[in-house]
Design a protein around this ligand. Structure first.
Ligand code: ADP
Length: 592
């Protein structure tokens, strides 16, 4: 059985456990992949929005360049540079400041005499820069002067390689932290929590001399200042400074609509102070510093981010946790079912093995029981055949032969009856019967023999009739089996009592002995088929292990029962009860 348990553990339990754990791992990996895919999709949304905003800025710059070029066609460059502020301040309006300067650092317009507050403020902040007298920290996006295609290059969010190169060029070892910390950072980008933008430090002349136009962004007193510029003839540079209000409007207009996006998410554009300047849908509240995913817009709007927030940011965690929980529960239930199933299989196998062992014992017990009476019958028959045997001996031998053949009949009847019951072929001739004379006949024949063997026998009988519905032969067989056991299992004190009485509408027949009794723990086992407390061969008491099994089956087939009680002072009481017939109930009110 130990081996079977090991086989079960190694062949069923362990593989199931391993499979379950593998399933758990795979499921976890799958949920990580799904989460990654979801965040990659969201990341694509913010990347696309950042691209749209950059393009809107470039479009605005292109508009500026086109209008400057038109302006330059109608007048000489020097005149244009002087009149530039006056002509363009109205055109771009809303606080934007047009300016013209030479590469040598001479500011042509605006002039202090232009007197507009925005112009004066601009001059105050930018004279040193435009005059090439200082080096400042700035971010730039520009057309490459050497590029054959003259293609716009947005260094801001270019490939990582370019970023690394820029870092080296800038001589910096570490990038600035981003304003936001997205929950989901691209797995392949270990530095994604750091800003991809590296400012340059240079003066205005160096910035503009190698390109035809560009966008320059820098922070003045912690406020973002964005400047469009283009190179004109005669080493002149024309530019336009966009105020924050214009940048905000531009971003708001190029913000993708929330249509098509599930309303469990919000997209927002955050400025350098992590304040949303545009959001869709409006009214969404979130911890702006912790979006689900975010994309930096780039060098044209440094430290501005397009960020996406989930209404339920914990949803991935929760669903992954509940999925793991369900899977664990399923694995637990399956393992539990396997254990219970295994236990049932093992205990069934155990039962079958015990039964097989009992059957083997039964065969040897029955053979032994058949052999003993047959040997006696043969021996005494031979003795009888001898000439000159006296009368008393002859009677004695004949008596022994009768008893032994009765024993044989009883044994064979028991075995045949058991076989019939097992094959559901046992049929009873049930009818209304007075059991008193049946019990009387059985008792008389059995007690005579018992007394001969040295037993004292007493019958305490209630008043007859004992009306029951049943098969009298079968019921008599129960009594014979009980009396036979009482005889077999009595050793020194040979006393057998028979009590017949009525209780709870039942007729009870109790056989009491002063024999060896039934050992504790065996009270129910002794009613099992083939069960014997002691083997016939070792105990010397013969039996088949079927007597009580048959008695119980017959009792149950008559809606009755059989029970065992240990007796005070040693021995056992086997009580067999069956219901009395209705007729008898009417007659015997006193039984109740
Ligand atoms: P058996 O042929 O072995 O007597 P039974 O089914 O009649 O088969 O009895 C089963 C077992 O119950 C016996 O082996 C014996 O151990 C125990 N038993 C039955 N009757 C008695 C009794 N009166 N006193 C003690 N033990 C008994």
């Amino acid at each position: 059985m130990k081996r079977a348990a090991w086989i079960f553990v190694l062949a069923v339990f362990l593989p199931s456990l391993v499979l379950g754990l593998l399933a758990l791992r795979t499921a976890r990996e799958q949920s990580v992949i799904l989460e990654r895919q979801a965040s990659a999709l969201r990341q694509q949304e913010t990347d696309a929005a950042a691209q749209t905003i950059r393009e809107a800025l470039f479009a605005r710059q292109a508009e500026f360049i086109a209008s400057v070029q038109t302006f330059l066609k109608s007048r000489p460059p020097q005149v244009a540079s002087v009149e530039f502020y006056r002509n363009f301040s109205n055109m771009w309006g809303d606080g934007s400041v047009p300016f013209a300067t030479s590469l040598n650092g001479v500011i042509c317009s605006p002039r202090a005499t232009d007197a507009a507050p925005a112009a004066l403020e601009f001059l105050k902040q930018n004279s040193a820069l435009l005059g090439n007298s200082v080096e400042v920290e700035f971010f730039q996006t520009q057309k490459s002067a050497n590029s054959a295609e003259n293609q716009k290059v947005d260094n801001a969010y270019a490939a990582k390689a370019a970023y690394v190169q820029k870092m080296e060029v800038a001589g910096k070892t570490g990038a600035a932290k981003r304003n936001v910390l997205p929950q989901k950072l691209p797995a392949e980008d270990k530095n994604a929590s750091e800003s991809q933008l590296v400012p340059e430090i240079s003066n205005f002349r160096k910035v503009v001399q190698n390109a035809s136009d560009g966008i320059l962004a820098r922070f003045v007193e912690n406020k973002l200042e964005v400047i469009f510029w283009m190179r004109g003839p005669d080493n002149l540079v024309f530019g336009l400074m966009l105020p924050a209000s214009q940048l905000n409007t531009l971003v708001q207009n190029s913000m993708p609509s929330s249509q098509g996006r599930s309303n469990d998410a919000c997209m927002a554009v955050l400025n350098e102070n992590t304040v949303p300047v545009a959001q869709s849908p409006p009214g969404f509240k979130a911890n702006w510093k912790h979006p689900f995913v975010a994309t930096e817009i780039g060098d044209s709007l440094p430290h501005w981010e397009v960020a996406l927030y989930l209404a339920h940011p914990e949803q991935f965690e929760t669903s992954a946790r509940s999925f793991t929980f369900i899977l664990l529960a399923l694995i637990g239930i399956s393992l539990g079912a396997i254990c219970v199933g295994g236990y049932l299989v093992v205990s069934d196998a155990r039962r079958q093995m015990a039964l097989a062992e009992k059957k083997t014992n039964f065969v040897s017990n029955v053979s032994h029981e058949l052999k003993t009476p047959l040997t006696s019958i043969r021996m005494f028959s031979e003795l009888l055949q001898k000439p000159g045997i006296d009368e008393s001996r002859r009677i004695k031998y004949l008596r022994i032969i009768t008893l032994e053949s009765e024993r044989l009949t009883r044994l064979i009847n028991n075995v045949l009856d058991f076989a019939r019951m097992e094959g559901k072929r046992k049929s009873y001739q049930k009818h209304e019967v007075d059991l008193y004379p049946v019990i009387e006949r059985t008792w008389e024949s059995q007690s005579a023999h018992l007394q001969e063997s040295g037993f004292t026998t007493t019958w305490h009988a209630a008043e007859p009739p004992y009306s029951v519905i049943g098969d009298e032969d079968a019921l008599a067989q129960v009594l014979v089996n009980l009396l036979s056991n009482a005889e077999k299992y009595s050793t020194t004190e040979k006393s057998i009592e028979l009590h017949t009485y009525f209780t709870d509408m039942q007729l009870c027949i109790a056989v009491l002995d002063r024999g060896i009794g039934v050992a504790p723990g065996q009270e129910t086992k002794i009613f099992e088929a083939f069960y014997r407390s002691d083997d016939s061969l070792s105990s010397g008491v013969q039996g088949s292990g079927l007597g009580l099994t048959l008695a119980r089956r017959i009792a149950e087939d008559h809606e009755g029962s059989i029970r065992l009680e240990a007796r005070q002072g040693g021995g056992s009481t086997f009580t067999f009860c069956i219901p009395i017939s209705k007729k008898s109930i009417h007659e015997k009110d006193s039984y109740r």
